[in-house]
Design a protein around this ligand. Structure first.
Ligand SMILES: [Zn+2]
Ligand SMILES: [Zn+2]
Length: 355
């Protein structure tokens, strides 16, 4: 079968003919119908994430935002049948550790990320296997378009989990989203659906216009203001600052801007992981955070049990991940899309839907 295969740091992925996967007893094999192309692919491809244990090796198949059809079911798998339409959250869990039993499989003690390590080959391929399928595979409701589900990917899901399950958003709250790539636009769209007043911040007008389309009430181009946190605060009543600030990019600047745009008792939501340049460390104004009782939350993917909330909101048109999908491409184009992400010219979420 065809697959997009890692050759080495910053070398274009190569489309190769590789052996088809088969399902071990706890696995299913999924025939890929769509898979989102993500900034996380770019980070891993650049060798950015050694500090979190993600070191791709030659021969790895990338792709962690899939939708597809189950074509083979291992003997021990109980919840799935051939023909089921499914998606798979990228952080594969074991289903047995304390966090999994608490419904937080996304932070499983033995988590293996799909499409980042050889032990869990990804979905830029005609087919891919899923380990511990009963814990990790999510069945799609009837009639959902695979491209929209791939658009859900890690970005929409991580934003949803963060805004719905991590921070508290009350209708009318001010939410600032710093960085309007795929995950930032997802956060804007979801915060709007939750009834928040949304301020979108980016350095590119195209991203900000997209944010406006998806429900941002205010937009700020950070290149056009002196002090981004102050500019955000100025849009809120009494310039008090926002209730929730999201860093949806994961560089020191957007993280600090987000924390500094918060009002007292505000909540910071960190969605993006940092780049190799920051090496996982960002300096923060701790004393001010303490005195203001600001809180800091992380969001890392979404546990499988939370997908139903998204599907129910999708079914009534309250959210539409498909709106953030800007481009569909064939497998042969995936290597180029990933290599070009360093230009930050991608608007929204590109999805591969031709294998
Ligand atoms: Zn676990
Ligand atoms: Zn992703």
């Amino acid at each position: 079968m065809k697959a997009a295969v890692f050759q080495g740091v910053e070398e274009p992925l190569e489309i190769q003919d590789v052996e088809e996967p088969t399902a071990d007893e706890d696995q299913v094999v999924v025939e890929t119908e769509a898979c989102g192309i993500c900034r996380s692919d770019w980070h891993a491809w650049k060798g950015d994430w050694g500090h979190i244990g993600v070191v791709p090796t030659e021969g790895l198949i990338f792709g962690h935002e899939p939708a597809g059809r189950v074509v083979e079911v291992g003997d021990n798998v109980e919840r799935f049948r051939e023909g089921d339409m499914v998606t798979v959250p990228f952080n594969l869990s074991d289903g047995t550790c304390q966090h999994c039993r608490d419904g937080r499989g996304n932070i499983c003690d033995r988590m293996v990320p799909l499409g980042f390590l050889q032990m869990a080959p990804g979905a830029f391929a005609e087919r891919f296997p899923v380990r511990e399928a009963d814990h990790n595979v999510v069945k799609l409701p009837d009639g959902v378009d695979p491209v929209s589900v791939a658009g859900l990917g890690c970005r929409f899901a991580t934003a949803f989990h963060g805004l719905v399950s991590r921070v508290d958003i009350t209708p009318g709250d001010w939410v600032a989203v710093h960085g309007c790539g795929g995950v930032g636009l997802s956060a804007v769209h979801i915060a709007d659906a939750l009834g928040a007043n949304v301020i979108a911040v980016d350095i590119k007008d195209e991203q900000l216009w997209a944010a406006e389309e998806l429900g941002a009430d205010e937009i700020i181009n950070a290149t056009e203001v002196q002090d981004t946190p102050q500019a955000v605060k100025a849009r809120t009543e009494g310039s008090h600052g926002v209730d929730v600030a999201v860093d949806a990019l994961g560089v020191a600047q957007t993280c600090k801007n987000a924390v500094n745009s918060l009002g007292k008792a505000g909540q910071h939501l960190q969605i993006g992981l940092t780049t190799g340049e920051n090496d996982g460390n960002v300096e923060l104004p701790i004393d001010n955070m303490v005195m203001d009782e600001r809180e800091f939350y992380g969001s890392f993917g979404m546990p499988p049990n939370e997908y139903d909330q998204i599907f129910r909101m999708m079914s009534r048109g309250k959210i539409d991940p498909g709106q953030i999908v800007t481009e569909t491409v064939a497998l042969e184009e995936v290597p180029g899309v990933i290599s070009n992400m360093g230009n930050y010219e991608t608007v929204g979420i590109p999805v591969c839907n031709e294998f």
